[in-house]
Design a protein. Structure first.
Lengths: 339, 351, 519
């Protein structure tokens, strides 16, 4: 330290220096939390639940947790692509999940399973393309775009179904899927893990996933590298749509029924899972595996609240708070890395 | 040394042509091209034609129409203040709901109203805190608050509508006071005038445009940007709370799920009214015209027997169109289209 | 001509007034590792017009912002009329009477002229905007600088030059004690420049202290009473204008030991046909530019910051839209017109942008990923990322550019500036481009990396690529280029051969000094 700097430093009041030290510590802490925190927190939460919450560790409860986590997890895994691309989130999953569930049950009853899946696939592509073009070509804000497509989608669904509940065939393949278990693990949970692994591979091992990550990290540099960036955005929203579609299938299979209101809360639960998992809402950082952890965290948290009698309202509050906190930590971590 | 007068030079680009001089028609055309309310006016014309042809009831039962415009317009006004600064307040719907629930929890009407309005101010302050102090993008920050407050409304209300204590006051609130104008409409008119004056004639309000138009320039000029952002969000929160109070009084009960269609319509109203999402451009007039168009549209659809769900499709469609036809979006699309067309290097005959 | 690093005696406040209006004492400003301003002291008296000159990167703008209170100095202090100025507090500076006219205009596009002039000090009566007073003050300010423009016109409709005048009117309207102008004539025509200089001279007579940054030597001589010359952040000399000549001033600005790396200089390189050709380029800040680069040639674009070199280059390759003009690439006898950026990349053009952090690299991704990004089609025929191939590819390229440390898995953002730049170059090398455009390739790069990057550029040219280099580093320009095009005001004002040209020749063309001689 040169004599001038030393003089300058000691000239500053001690209070200011302490404040600065605290600030630096806070930043470093947030950086750690953003990247490593989720592992510790999830483990701690599970431990807490096992020890302190009555009924958590029982087989029926765990099965229930898995059954509920699976559809949300599949949706979150798909939506991770949108978040990593730096486009905030896809609110329209709420509409997409319910639509896929209804299509699966209703069309299977009417025509058959394969046509149902084909039709649902078309719808997913439509969502992906509409959202993708609005955000990727018109560069409109993803939150507002997906807000509008949510209303359009839900409106269409409720209008066409009249809000009625659809019941699947009691001997049908859907029911079979929904009730099969391997030990405590429902088939849906296994599907969730498989989907997570596949999507994770897509994100990390394919050209497309590579471009999505690059776009999220730096849009301009990706454009200047010659990448067709509007296509990347359309692709990201299509992945989200496919995830929502599969999630809707699993949700329908769980109860062998489908109704337009059943996807309530999927938007913030999925977003919370993604952000809590450590994927940055600013884009470029994160992974589908982390979303898996985030899903576990959110599902366990929700389950704890249910078991302790805290209703939907409290769950929403808690998750809303979680989102804000997680983004705060993320923002502070970014500032730390920048300096 | 002689002082020479320097006249504006003819510009090199077409984009910057001065309006000084030129025929009256020229001047009017230039002034009009600068206005942002064009799309709202266009939509209003379409709605007028549609309603005159198919649902003239909208015009004859004007109290209903005016009432709807007032509610949508009120929330849209609050949004306008925030969007002008280049931010967004997604939490308006749940602020509305939560404030309504809080108001209904008080037996004393006046205390309830005050508590509700205070809640709105508090929510606004918290939003502003996360945006300027913590540094989170307002889209995400207010989205988180949206979820949080929705939950809070549920919790505080016990997941069902809460009746207000003084039901008579609520019923009286829905009655016309001056001519056909109900208290709801009067409040909207007052809010509109107040916000118009604030944004055009009060220095603090005018500085909102600077904060949104060029935030760095505003800082360089010594404008306290942080304070302005707080003010903007608190205005939006306050107005949303007021809308919640109005809603609760008129229905004599606070509904924790209130606000979702209002959210959609008021966003559409503000955005199609020409308030640019990047900030710095727009006017309350545009918002008024947009709210009128959307309010009339909603009433027309209701009176035609169209279900709420289809209404949502229409309004959602209007919002999507509004956000895509934003001038910046259209420019971006044009660039993409151009590069798509010229994507391949064009081969020419050898030189 | 002496080239002292010591400030001369007249660096102290002018002999007239007792207390200088604005004074900077031993100002030091560091940004991370770089020393932008190194122990500079400067003082301006009442009624004095003080010029501040230096090359790109000499530290003028930084010093200006410190004196204006916008930037806090690392060390040293600023005094306004003898009173200490609180660093970094814009409001305090404004209240103390310091008005800064920025280089990037600080105006709100959608607000009117009158509103912008009074921005931040809008007159009010009990909170309500006093429109009449606002217009009166704005009108007076405009009259003061002799400019006529509609007070209700929104800024977005004004020409860039007129915006500059509005910005100046805003600075005047506050009735400041000291007016600081940073390159105010960059966007003005000669007539407008004359007008501004006359106005400033008149204002100085009203006891206003003026601090004037400019590259344009003729202006400095017309306007200033005393001039401080900075070079590489240090004070070279501060003297009365009468003690300079235009040549001596340029010499002070530029006069380092010319350590040109002549050993590696390409003499008489083999040039092929014209590969890259641009005709009639027209865009914002680009005025009818024609440019040609041959195979194996290194063409350098020189000029001052803001001259429009980056704009020319980006308009040429389609990275930014252009309003007119055509770019063609001729390879193997086939000529192709380039319409868009992607067409340019597909035609074999590689672009290394000026801002590597914001445009050149995905900082949160690994070096390997960054290198792979423009090379995807070469690296994998299917949709699957061939990790091993990418790693090999990246490793070999990292070796070619001598990346240090050669850890291709590390995040790009964690490397030094020089190494980051090497990564940007490496990723394009993989495509074996026929045309390479580099914008400020060694800015913020350490000496060792700089030499390596120069070696790479020469190798590329020797292998037959057409190379276009934009550089503000005069020695670099002279060491590398076979031909130098000098840019000023968005047009090419001179073409010089690479060999045998002096730095002062380039600087003179860039700064407009040649015009003085012609007149």
């Amino acid at each position: 330290m040169s004599p001038e700097t030393a003089a300058a430093t000691s000239a500053r009041p001690p209070a200011a220096r302490i404040e600065e030290e605290l600030e630096v510590t806070a930043f470093k802490l947030s950086e750690w939390m953003a990247s490593q925190g989720i592992f510790i927190f999830t483990a701690a939460l599970v431990l807490f639940a096992v020890v302190f919450i009555d009924g958590f560790a029982s087989l029926p409860n765990l099965t229930d947790v898995f059954n509920r986590a699976a559809p949300i997890g599949i949706v979150a895994a798909g939506m991770t692509f949108v978040v990593i691309s730096g486009n905030y989130l896809d609110l329209s999953v709420v509409a997409q999940v319910a639509t896929a569930a209804v299509v699966l049950i209703a069309v299977t009853n009417a025509v058959g399973l394969l046509p149902a899946i084909a039709f649902a696939l078309l719808i997913a592509l439509a969502y992906g393309i509409v959202n993708g073009i609005a955000v990727g070509v018109f560069k409109a804000n993803a939150v507002i775009v997906t807000l509008s497509t949510t209303f359009i989608g839900l409106g269409l669904l409720r209008w066409l179904t009249g809000g009625s509940i659809y019941f699947g065939d009691s001997d049908g393949p859907i029911r079979t899927f929904g009730t099969t278990r391997i030990g405590p693990l429902p088939l849906s949970m296994i599907l969730f893990v498989v989907v997570t692994i596949v999507l994770s591979l897509v994100l990390t091992r394919t050209n497309f996933g590579f471009m999505v990550r690059a776009y999220g990290s730096n849009r301009e540099a990706t454009r200047l590298a010659g990448v067709n960036t509007p296509l990347v955005v359309i692709g990201a929203f299509t992945m989200s749509a496919l995830g929502a579609m599969l999630g809707g299938f699993v949700l329908a299979a769980f109860s062998n029924t489908a109704v337009s209101a059943m996807s309530d809360g999927y938007d913030f639960r999925a977003l919370a899972a993604i952000i809590v998992g450590g994927t940055s809402v600013f884009g470029g950082r994160g992974s589908v595996m982390r979303t898996l952890l985030g899903v576990i965290f959110v599902s366990v948290l929700t389950n704890i609240m249910v078991l302790t009698g805290l209703g939907f309202g409290f769950q929403q509050m808690a998750i809303g708070l979680l989102i804000v906190l997680a983004v705060t930590v993320d923002a502070l971590a970014r500032k730390t890395r920048a300096s | 040394m002689t002082r020479t007068e320097l006249e504006p030079q003819p510009p090199a680009n077409e984009e910057t042509s001065p309006a000084a001089g030129g025929s009256p028609v020229e001047r009017v055309r230039v002034i009009l091209s600068r206005r942002t309310e064009g799309r709202a006016v266009a939509l209003l014309m379409v709605v007028w034609v549609f309603t005159l042809l198919f649902e003239p009831l909208v015009w004859t039962s004007y109290e209903v129409t005016l009432g709807r415009i007032a509610l949508v317009g009120l929330v849209a006004l609050g949004l306008t203040a925030v969007i002008l600064m280049g931010e967004l307040d997604l939490a308006v719907a749940s602020t509305l709901a939560v404030s309504g629930v809080i108001m209904a929890s008080f037996d004393n009407l006046l205390l309830g109203v005050l508590a509700a309005l205070a809640t709105g101010l508090l929510v606004g302050a918290i939003n502003a805190f996360f945006v300027v102090v913590v540094g989170i993008n307002s889209f995400i920050a207010t989205l988180g608050m949206l979820f949080f407050l929705r939950g809070a409304a549920f919790v505080l209300s016990g997941e069902q509508p809460v009746r207000i204590a003084d039901v008579d006051a609520g019923i009286a609130f829905g009655q016309p006071v001056i001519g056909p104008l109900t208290p709801r409409m009067l409040i909207f008119i007052v809010a509109f005038v107040a916000l118009y004056v604030f944004l055009s004639h009060i220095r603090v309000g005018r500085e909102f445009y600077a904060v949104g138009g060029n935030r760095q320039a505003a800082r360089d000029a010594g404008i306290p940007v942080t304070r302005r952002v707080f003010t903007g969000f608190m205005i939006s929160g306050f107005i949303s709370a007021m809308a919640g109070v109005i809603n609760t009084l008129e229905r004599t009960a606070a509904d924790p799920t209130a606000g979702s269609t209002v959210l959609l319509a008021s966003f559409a109203a503000a955005i199609i009214g020409g308030v640019l999402l990047n900030g710095g451009r727009g006017s309350v007039f545009g918002t008024l015209i947009g709210a009128s168009a959307l309010g009339m549209l909603q009433v027309a659809l209701t009176l035609s027997g169209v279900q709420v769900d289809v209404q949502n499709i229409v309004i959602g469609g209007v919002l999507l169109l509004a956000v895509i036809t934003d001038p910046a979006s259209l420019r971006a699309a044009a660039v993409t289209a151009r590069s798509l067309v010229q994507g391949r290097a064009v081969r020419q005959d050898t030189g | 001509m002496s080239e002292t690093a010591q400030p001369t005696a007249s660096a102290e406040a002018g002999s007239t007034a007792s207390v200088p209006v604005v004074e900077g004492r031993n100002i030091i400003k560091r940004f991370g590792g770089t020393q932008a301003v190194d122990d500079v002291s400067i003082a301006v008296a009442r009624g004095e017009v003080h010029g501040l000159v230096g090359e790109n990167g000499a530290g003028k703008s930084t010093l200006m912002r410190v004196l204006a209170g916008v930037l806090a100095p690392t060390e040293g202090e600023v005094l306004i009329e003898g009173r200490h100025l609180e660093p970094g507090d814009t409001r305090a500076a404004l209240d103390a009477g310091v008005s800064l006219v920025h280089q990037e205009l600080s105006l709100v596009p959608e607000m009117t002229v009158a509103e912008n002039i009074l921005l931040g000090s809008t007159p009010t009566r009990a909170g309500v905007i006093d429109g009449r007073t606002q217009r009166r003050i704005a009108g007076e300010a405009l009259e003061e600088i002799g400019v006529s423009v509609d007070l209700d016109e929104p800024i977005s409709r004004l020409s860039v030059a007129m915006r500059q005048f509005v910005e100046i009117a805003r600075a005047i309207a506050r009735r400041p004690r000291v007016l600081i102008l940073d390159e105010p004539t960059a966007t003005l025509t000669p007539a407008e420049t004359d007008h501004l200089l006359a106005t400033l001279k008149r204002l100085a007579r009203t006891d206003l202290a003026i601090l004037y940054i400019s590259h344009r030597i003729p202006e400095i001589f017309t306007l200033c009473d005393r001039v401080t010359v900075l070079r590489d952040g240090k004070l070279v000399i501060c003297d009365e204008i009468g003690n300079y000549t235009p040549d001596s001033m340029v010499q002070y600005m530029v006069g380092r030991e010319l350590q040109l790396d002549m050993a590696n200089r390409r003499i008489d390189p083999e040039l092929g046909e014209v590969v890259l050709s641009a005709r009639g380029l027209q865009a914002p800040s680009v005025n009818d530019v024609d440019l040609e680069v041959r195979a194996g040639e290194i063409v350098g674009l020189g000029g001052l910051v803001g001259a429009g070199r980056t704009e020319i280059v980006r308009a040429m390759i389609g990275a930014d839209p252009r309003s007119d003009g055509e770019t063609t690439v001729t390879l193997d006898g086939r000529r192709r017109r380039i319409g868009s950026y992607r067409a340019a990349v597909n035609a074999g053009i590689a672009y290394i942008p000026e801002e590597r952090r914001s445009d050149g690299l995905a900082l949160t991704m690994s070096v390997s990923d960054n290198i792979a990004l423009p090379n995807r089609s070469k690296l994998s025929r299917t949709f699957i990322l061939q990790r091993r191939r990418i790693a090999e590819f990246a490793r070999s390229l990292a070796e070619t550019v001598n990346l240090r440390p050669p850890e291709i898995k590390r995040e790009a953002g964690q490397f030094s500036g020089g190494n980051q730049q090497k990564v940007v170059i490496a990723k394009w090398l993989g495509r074996r481009p026929d045309v390479i455009v580099l914008d400020e390739p060694t800015r913020g790069v350490d000496v060792g990396a700089k030499a390596e990057i120069h070696r790479l550029i020469r190798e590329l040219a020797n292998d037959g690529a057409a190379v276009l280099v934009v550089s503000s580093d005069l020695p670099e320009l002279l060491e590398l280029s076979d031909t130098i095009h000098v840019v000023r005001d968005g047009r090419i004002v001179g073409v010089l051969p690479g060999v045998g040209t002096e730095e002062t020749e380039v600087m003179a063309l860039a700064a407009g000094q040649r015009e003085v001689d012609a007149a």
